[in-house]
Design a protein around this ligand. Sequence first.
Ligand SMILES: C[S@@+](CC[C@H](N)C(=O)[O-])C[C@H]1O[C@@H](n2cnc3c(N)ncnc32)[C@H](O)[C@@H]1O
Length: 216
Amino acid sequence: MAEINLLSKYPKAKRNIEARVANKNENRIIALKFGREYFDGTREQGYGGFKYDGRWLPIAQDIVDHYGLKAGSSVLDIGCAKGFLVKDLMKVCPGLEVFGIDISSYAVLNCEQETVGRLHLGDARSLPFPDASFDLALSINTIHNFDKKGCIKALSEMTRVAPKAGYVQVDAYRNEEEKNIFLDWVLTAKTHGTPEFWKKLIFEANYKGDYYWTIL
Ligand SMILES: C[S@@+](CC[C@H](N)C(=O)[O-])C[C@H]1O[C@@H](n2cnc3c(N)ncnc32)[C@H](O)[C@@H]1O
């Protein structure tokens, strides 16, 4: 269990915060459906076009190296969206058994061709897999979408299905300035706080994996 940034190679996003603030409540309601608008609608409503561009490849390589994954190892990506990370993990480590789960039928129905049959529709708070099914569970920028009780449930589910290794990343802020940017920009997060807040929650959930923060 360690604080480690495995997304250090993720490109920094460009954000027009003013445009999003304008219709924040409406955009939030739309985004929380995790449907077409959230992924492939306007930037105010979510990603503004969620397309594969290979950005996860160096991150996938870092994950494989860090956890010593090899052909036959099994990985679950919780909140996998269209399966970009699932695809890239399989690309950098041929023979790796990678699966994903997401609440969005839009995302799963529009997944990367290489991930067809590997993505499940389901809820991170109640994973439909037996105990110790995977060598590693990942969840990137997903768990903060739940209320506090849901975050604890999702974290404990990660450790239940992958007791050997986990990596969770959530939105966080370290000071008032970062908090204000976060509050203006983020549409879907229901639980948020400082790294210290998250560390307490992780402890409460008895989560045993690694963790890091997305700071906007
Ligand atoms: C911010 S996106 C992150 C997607 C991907 N992990 C990434 O980092 O690009 C959050 C994802 O969580 C999914 N999600 C939201 N609620 C969920 C739930 N209850 N169970 C599983 N996935 C959920 C959304 O559909 C969306 O794909």
